[in-house]
Design a binder for this molecule. Structure first.
Ligand SMILES: NC(=O)C1=CN([C@@H]2O[C@H](COP(=O)(O)OP(=O)(O)OC[C@H]3O[C@@H](n4cnc5c(N)ncnc54)[C@H](OP(=O)(O)O)[C@@H]3O)[C@@H](O)[C@H]2O)C=CC1
Ligand SMILES: O=C1O[C@H](COP(=O)(O)O)[C@@H](O)[C@H](O)[C@H]1O
Length: 597
């Protein structure tokens, strides 16, 4: 680990104001037993919790903990939820008005999850709710602490109040929701600090230690902050608040750079403080249920894998659309645009899972090896094979939908694309010549994310005459609808019942809502749980990231250097007409724009 000097940190630390409430040990009988119905992977996850419960004894002794480099975790647990921090010369001391003596085994472990950027949009919208859902599912370890960290001044009570607004009892409807929330919120704490301040992170370390007691401390930092402060936060957290006797992992949110160079620089900077296996680069699309299912579909069904090649597949379409604009995130978006925001990561990751060869095993490294291989077989994109667009305002009745550039956080005259379509090719034996068409856009007519696989026409089809002149309409198409309304359906030609020989195009439909009663977990739940367990399969390795940027960097540079003007499309429309021309060049019709389920 590199050495560096402490930064001067502005004074900011919040002093607790709310009355203290007693810190309760986590109950050993928390939740009813879901295990019988859970998959073996969840069961093994639950096994992690099967540790002897700690025995806590109360004491009214006041105590203090001193933090020194390399010091061993304390043996006390605070009864106060908010701890007054005092600075003393050369070290920090934390005075506890009341403590509980702890008689805990040193073999017990605990996980502390620090959400860095806890005051932000993603933390509120996704991270805290996902942690709560995991708590409700009994998937969090028995001993855990959640700590919000950001510059905003907040008390523990204020953080809890903020979090509680976005929690829903989605999973455990049968149980007392209020009680669950209460139990969960009692495990959430807040520390105010700067992202580049070693001292502030040292204070955080001390707070975490108080909750961890003598247990083996495992620490997960979720960087839910803008990318320009990633490295500072990693430097400070790994230097001042890393675990000393357990693991330390860091989840990094996208964007991972803007192009090959900046991404490589970010990786290099992060690796000054962390090993690759401590870095969990999140792409939340990999946590979506139907994206997880892609490999199951391919590798556990004999009927698909033999068809999965240029021999039977005419084209593959990867489609992302949103029926709303950049509302509220224009400032971030304008610096990135839709290609970096969606294509280079979410859609390309899906493509890699779709097209990779069979991995040696389901271990993370085997899967990621295959993904890298397929990405490295792809031709870098050039402007000829890309269409870009930007939405303009649109009036519908009395409602006016704003143009992208109406957003006050977007610079006037911005040329940033809010829509893009691209044709990509994989130069390997399986896929040569098959167009992989990607399309992503904001402010389109609907919200969807799907994979459409269009198969070749049946050679010498006996029923050609019955199928009409447009053979495309009669081609088999497999659709994996990632969202909304998750489904997998296969369009086939079928005889309409009756005496005459009439065919129609129908679908064999696996509609998740009809087939499965269990609600689908949010992608962040799966990914957070994996990070806690050290499962890296769904996180992006640095060589994958390099390969992904190598595909998109040339076209991104070309667009920016040539100041390519995006084609306008009205808010709520199908997007630019040029996207149809691009598809037509490869004899493709966009499947989402045809009628169908
Ligand atoms: N929001 C979303 O839907 C998604 C977000 N992401 C990524 O997740 C990360 C977090 O996103 P989001 O929550 O929207 O981000 P925010 O802009 O809400 O920032 C999160 C927190 O970081 C602090 N912060 C913001 N700007 C700065 C700055 N310039 N300097 C120092 N601190 C700052 C603020 O906390 P404070 O002032 O209290 O310190 C803020 O509450 C980003 O990397 C984003 O790209 C990825 C996918 C979706
Ligand atoms: O990463 C991002 O994803 C969201 C879309 O995610 P979804 O899970 O709601 O489909 C997108 O709106 C955002 O621009 C992008 O940064």
């Amino acid at each position: 680990m590199a050495a560096f000097s402490a930064t001067h940190c502005p004074s900011h630390v919040t002093t607790p104001s709310s009355p203290s409430s007693r810190h309760r040990p986590c109950s050993s009988d928390r939740g009813h037993d879901h295990r019988a119905t859970l998959s073996s992977s969840i069961a093994s996850r639950l096994a992690l919790r099967a540790q002897p419960s700690s025995r806590l004894r109360r004491s009214r002794r006041a105590n203090a903990v001193r933090l020194h480099e390399g010091s061993v975790a304390t043996t006390i647990i605070p009864v106060e939820n908010e701890l007054p921090l005092k600075k003393s010369k050369g070290s920090l001391s934390l005075t506890l008005p009341e403590v509980e003596d702890v008689n805990i085994s040193e073999n017990e472990s605990t996980v502390s999850i620090t959400v860095v950027g806890a005051s932000g949009d993603l933390a509120k919208k996704k991270i805290f709710p996902a942690l709560f859902a995991l708590f409700c599912e009994d998937c969090l370890p028995k001993h855990f602490t959640i700590c919000g960290y950001a510059r905003s001044k907040m008390t523990d009570a204020e953080l809890r109040n903020m979090i509680s607004k976005s929690l829903t009892c989605r999973i455990d409807k049968s149980e007392n929701c209020e009680e669950k929330m209460d139990q969960f919120l009692k495990r959430c704490f807040y520390h105010s600090g700067h992202y580049d301040c070693l001292e502030n992170f040292a204070e955080l370390d001390m707070k975490l230690k108080l909750h961890e007691g003598r247990r083996i401390s495992n620490r997960l930092f979720y960087l839910s902050i803008p990318p320009n402060i990633f490295v500072d936060a990693v430097r400070c957290s790994s230097s001042s608040a890393a675990s000393r006797n357990g693991w330390t992992r860091v989840i990094v949110e996208k964007p991972f750079g803007r192009d090959s160079e900046s991404s490589a620089a970010l990786t290099k900077a992060l690796k000054q403080y962390l090993d690759e296996n401590q870095i969990f680069r999140i792409d939340h699309y990999l946590g979506k249920e139907l994206v997880e299912n892609l490999s199951v579909l391919r590798f556990s069904n004999l009927i698909f894998e033999p068809l999965w090649s240029r021999q039977y597949i005419r084209n593959v379409q990867l489609i992302f659309s949103e029926d709303f604009g950049t509302e509220g995130r224009g400032g971030y978006f304008d610096n990135y645009g839709i290609i970096r925001d969606i294509m280079q990561n979410h859609l390309l990751q899906i493509l890699a899972l779709f097209a990779m060869e069979t991995p040696v095993s389901l271990y993370a490294e085997d899967i990621r090896n295959e993904k890298v291989k397929v990405l490295r077989c792809m031709k870098p994109l050039h402007l000829d094979d890309v269409v870009i667009g930007q939405y303009t305002s649109h009036n519908e009745g009395s409602t006016t939908y704003p143009a992208y550039t109406d957003d006050k956080t977007v610079p006037k005259g911005s040329l940033t694309p809010t829509f893009a379509a691209a044709a990509l090719f994989i130069n390997n034996a399986r896929w040569e010549g098959v167009p992989f068409l990607m399309k992503a856009g904001k402010a389109l007519q609907d919200r969807r994310a799907e994979i459409r696989v269009q198969f070749r026409h049946v050679p010498g089809n006996l029923y050609n005459q019955k199928l009409g002149t447009d053979l495309d309409q009669a081609t088999n198409e497999l659709v994996i609808r990632v969202q909304p309304d998750e489904a997998i359906y296969l369009m086939i030609n079928n005889k309409v019942p009756g005496l005459e020989m009439k065919l129609d195009h129908s679908n064999l439909n696996l509609h998740y809502a009809a087939r499965y009663s269990k609600e689908i977990p949010d992608a962040y739940e799966r990914l957070l749980l994996d990070a806690i367990e050290g499962e890296r399969r769904l996180f992006i390795r640095s060589d994958e990231l390099d390969a992904a940027w190598a595909i998109f960097t040339p076209v991104l540079k070309e667009i920016e250097e040539k100041k390519t003007v995006p084609e306008s499309y009205p808010y709520g429309s199908q997007g630019p007409v040029a996207a149809h021309r691009l598809a037509a060049r490869y004899d493709v019709t966009w499947g989402d724009l045809c009628t169908g389920p």
